[in-house]
Design a binder for this molecule. Structure first.
Ligand code: GLN
Length: 197
């Protein structure tokens, strides 16, 4: 079974652990840089990106996470985790890893839509629609040419990838549907949908 780490300083890392088990992977909680060794993939969970950033900046995490991404192991940021991966963060601006070429707007849906659900049909996941849970979600405002949009909702990309770096603005760990985690970390293991590499 593949061993997938979850950055566990803050946020909904426990829900991701359950989702990984449903997807047939073995979760591993990551709190120290050394914990990144021997992982097959890594999740940056939802929560509060500014708080996570404080932990990440207290030690050489930025170098470690960039090395992790360069090693071609899947890296998946959800919600706050997506904010941490972005090339550019606005509203307000915030430092980020720059591992996925997108501009992301924090709390993009505003107070009226603090939390909501929607559905999307994602060809890569098969026929059944996927339930999308958004919680104080960011909006992906633009993506670079190297970025593939895996899902869209309300006119915005909500699930994207650049190579094996994935980001979702919704919370795939909050439903019983394991297809997103399976797609990123499962048998396909972050492979291109349309290519057979
Ligand atoms: N609003 C949070 C932030 O800006 C993200 C919300 C979430 O991860 N559910 O970090």
């Amino acid at each position: 079974r593949r061993r997938v780490g979850i950055l566990s300083f803050q946020g909904d890392f426990a829900a991701h652990a359950r989702a990984l088990r449903r997807a047939g992977a073995e979760p591993s909680f990551v709190r120290r840089i050394d914990d990144l060794a021997h992982l097959d993939g890594l999740i940056l969970p939802g929560g509060e990106s500014t708080t996570m950033l404080r932990f990440l900046q207290a030690e050489p995490w930025f170098d470690a996470l960039r090395e992790f991404a360069a090693s071609e192991r899947p890296l998946f940021g959800t919600c706050a985790g997506a904010i941490l991966l972005a090339q550019s963060v606005i509203h307000p601006a915030q430092t980020s890893l720059g591992l996925l070429d997108m501009t992301i707007r924090r709390n993009g849906y505003g107070r009226q839509l603090d939390s909501f659900t929607d559905t999307a049909c994602i060809t890569a996941l098969g026929e059944a629609p996927l339930e999308l849970v958004f919680i104080r979600a960011p909006i992906i405002e633009s993506v670079g040419t190297e970025v593939e949009v895996l899902a869209e909702c309300g006119g915005y990309p909500v699930w994207v990838r650049q190579g094996r770096v994935f980001a979702a603005t919704f919370h795939p760990e909050m439903t019983d549907d394991a297809r997103v985690h399976q797609f990123v970390f499962g048998s396909g293991f972050g492979r291109d949908v349309n290519r057979s590499a």
